[in-house]
Design a binder for this molecule. Sequence first.
Ligand code: SF4
Length: 211
Amino acid sequence: MVENCNNFLYFLDDKPYINMTNACTSACVFCLRYQKDDVQGANLWLKQDDATALGVIKQLEANKDKLNKQNEIVFCGYGEPLIKLNEVIEISKYIKKNYPNLKIRINTNGHANAIWGENIVLKLKGLIDSISISLNAQDETTYNNISNPKIKNAYEEVKRFIRACVEEKIDTTASVVKDVPNHPIDVERCEVIAKSLGAKFRARDFIPNGY
Ligand code: SF4
């Protein structure tokens, strides 16, 4: 058991990631947080789920040397980062100013416009370099069985969000997870959908026991 200690910044094979929150509008059957509490020793269950931009920035500053050796940082953890949109924006501005070597990516479930009731992509434009959005499935029924979304019309919302990112010329990838036990998907159809939305496509393997 690894102790909870507000690990906002963590490293996976030396690459930096930011864990903004444990809140999420999905409960994906493949989510690593249901398999293991930690990623390479960093417990991603936050002691207090109230990340502030300053709290995250302090951890970035404490790891300056490690960050200066990397070329990308990713908002991705045991929760949906864009639930903390304002903090993500503030942290991204800090990274752009202080770590020009780091490209910024967000890994997201694509629910943010529905959560915030506006097109938040306009706020990310020019600030982040790329975004990876969980398409997860080729149709709504399969999506709901895999993602267990807490918002209405989630599958349509995700596709709209992918298109909104593409429209703002953010480097956009729609992703799926292959070979999830008991949850087959049609990877080829997912790829056709991703491309029809103007996005790149990535099918990653299911990770059975976390990192
Ligand atoms: S959207 Fe991400 S954090 Fe949320 S349940 Fe799915 S995999 Fe886990």
